[in-house]
Structure formats: structure tokens, C-alpha cells
Design a protein around this ligand. Structure first.
Ligand SMILES: [Zn+2]
Length: 184
């Protein structure tokens, strides 16, 4: 079995399967190669299961219909309208002020908030349920108060979006499939 070995000053062994199928093993500095191989052998079935699962998922993602340029343009326009309206709605309720809302298509994030109070959202949010959009808007607006993900931050998110855990999970679970719709 081929794997990447990362040694560090840790006490335990761990194995992780990456979405591209690579196996990454983390081990204490001095643990013998034999012990590591035995550890992996014991977990062979689990590792292969995980690799198969990722392989299936990657195949499914490849089959997803890509968005055309026109569809992306339409999504951006829709997003500009709807997300700007949501920002206004929540900023009003929360008693906050922001500068500008911009819309992009991105592969790595749903939204962001800068120190100069500009908000940025991913147009692909328009392919997600409305609740997820509301959650991302509330999340970024809360960053105007707290530029971190501390307990205080999540308490504020809970106040304005009580279902945030559910929406966040939805995005984690389905986000890759939405992002896969962007042309390469
Ligand atoms: Zn955040």
C-alpha cells in the first residue's frame, strides 16, 4: 500500500484518506516502519472503502452538467438582486452598516467579509436552498462584529439564524456538487 508518511512529535498513529484517494499517515517520530505497516494492514478494509467512496463521488461530480456562460451571467444577476436584498434585510434587523456587496463565482468559499466592511458572495449560492443563503448572509454580517469564529461569533449567528447548523451541514454536504458545475 502506498502512502505519505508525516512524522511529528505526536503520540498516536492516524490514517486519513484524501478526496483524491491518497493515503496520509501521521506517526510519532521514532515509530518503526513495521508498526506503521501493521497498523495500516489492520485498517486496510476501511481505507479501501473510503477510497471507493471518494472515487464514486468524483465520478458523479464529473458527470454533473456544467453551467454555460449565459447561465453563470444569469446566476450572478440573480445573486446580486437577492443577496443584496437579504443583506439589507438582515443589516437592518441587526443594526449594522456595510459598504458594498460583490458577487463572484468561486470554488473555495461561499462568502467573505473584509476589514473595510465589504461583503462578497458566491453566485453559486443561488443553486442552494434559500435557508443556506440566509445563513451565509448572516454569517458574513456577523463578521462585522467578530472577525473570527469564536463562541461569541456563533452565538450571534444563532440569534439571527437559529438553523445555522443544519444550513452549514447542507453546504458542506452538497457544496462540492454545486462547485463542480463551474466550467473548468
Ligand atoms: Zn466566517
Amino acid at each position: 500500500m502506498e502512502y505519505e508518511l508525516i512524522r511529528s512529535a505526536r503520540r498516536t498513529l492516524s490514517v486519513e484518506v484524501k478526496p483524491d484517494g491518497r493515503i496520509v499517515v501521521r506517526a510519532p517520530l521514532t515509530l518503526s516502519k513495521r508498526r506503521i505497516d501493521r497498523f495500516l494492514l489492520e485498517r486496510e478494509e476501511w481505507i479501501e472503502d473510503a477510497q471507493r467512496k471518494y472515487e464514486k463521488r468524483n465520478e458523479a461530480l464529473l458527470k454533473i452538467d456544467k453551467l454555460s456562460e449565459k447561465e453563470i451571467r444569469d446566476l450572478k444577476n440573480e445573486a446580486r438582486r437577492e443577496l443584496t436584498a437579504l443583506c439589507e434585510e438582515y443589516a437592518d434587523i441587526m443594526g449594522l452598516d456595510y459598504n458594498r456587496v460583490s458577487i463572484r463565482t468561486q470554488r473555495t468559499r461561499w462568502g467573505s467579509c473584509s476589514r473595510d466592511r465589504n461583503l462578497n458572495f458566491n453566485a453559486l449560492l443561488m443553486l442552494a436552498p434559500e435557508g443556506a443563503r440566509r445563513y451565509v448572509v448572516v454569517h458574513e454580517l456577523c463578521h462585522l462584529w467578530e472577525m473570527n469564529h469564536s463562541k461569541r461569533f456563533w452565538d450571534k449567528v444563532s440569534k439571527y439564524c437559529p438553523d445555522w447548523r443544519y444550513e452549514r451541514r447542507w453546504l458542506k454536504k452538497n457544496g462540492d456538487a454545486l462547485i463542480a458545475r463551474l466550467p473548468d
